[in-house]
Ligand binder design. Structure first.
Ligand code: SF4
Length: 172
C-alpha cells in the first residue's frame, strides 16, 4: 500500500482536468460534500452556518450530500495533514466524473497558519496548480455563498472578497 501523502498526490493529479466553472447540471442543484482535513475548524463553522435563513445555501441551487459518491463538488476546509491525506484522497476518488474541488479558507489553500511541517503537507495549492479557492481566515458565510453561486454561474472565485469574518467583526 502506498503511503498516504503519495496516494493523495496521485489522486490530485486528476485535479489538473478540473473545470472551475461548472454549470448547474441539467437544471438540478449542485451537490456538495464537505470535508474538514485539519485546522482550528473556524472555516468549518462558517460552512455550517450556510443553510439557514440568513444564508440560504439550499435555496441558492445547492444541496448537501452525505456521501462523496453523490457529490459534484468537494469543499475542503483545513490544511492537509499527513493523517488526513489518505482520507482526502479516498473521498476524491469516490466522487463521480466531472467532480470539482474548492478550497475554503487560507488553510485549505496554502496551509494558512500551519504551513507545511512535520505534521502537515500544506494546502491544496501545494498539490495542484488547478483549483478554486475562497480565501479568508475564515471567509465569511456571505463570501462563501457568494463565491459558490458565482462559480455555479460560470464566474471566477478570484472576484470573491477576501474579507474575513474576523475583520468584518472588528468593524462592528
Ligand atoms: S483559515 Fe483560519 S479560520 Fe480557517 S481553518 Fe485556517 S486558521 Fe481556522
Amino acid at each position: 500500500m502506498q503511503p498516504a501523502p503519495l496516494t493523495m498526490l496521485l489522486a490530485f493529479l486528476d485535479v489538473q482536468k478540473w473545470r472551475p466553472h461548472s454549470k448547474r447540471r441539467g437544471g438540478r442543484d449542485i451537490r456538495l460534500f464537505t470535508l474538514e482535513t485539519g485546522s482550528c475548524e473556524g472555516c468549518a463553522m462558517e460552512l455550517i452556518t450556510l443553510g439557514g435563513s440568513a444564508y440560504p445555501l439550499e435555496g441558492s441551487g445547492f444541496e448537501r450530500v452525505q456521501h462523496p459518491q453523490d457529490a459534484d463538488w468537494l469543499l475542503v476546509t483545513g490544511a492537509v495533514t499527513r493523517s488526513s491525506a489518505g482520507g482526502l484522497a479516498s473521498v476524491w476518488e469516490a466522487m463521480p466524473p466531472g467532480r470539482s474541488l474548492i478550497a475554503i479558507g487560507d488553510c485549505a489553500y496554502n496551509g494558512g497558519l500551519w504551513g507545511s511541517n512535520y505534521t502537515t503537507l500544506g494546502g491544496i495549492a501545494a498539490l495542484s496548480r488547478v483549483y478554486s479557492t475562497i480565501p479568508g481566515c475564515p471567509p465569511s458565510p456571505e463570501a462563501i455563498l457568494h463565491a459558490l453561486v458565482e462559480l455555479a454561474e460560470g464566474g471566477s472565485s478570484s472576484t470573491v472578497s477576501q474579507e474575513s469574518s474576523a475583520s468584518r467583526r472588528s468593524r462592528q
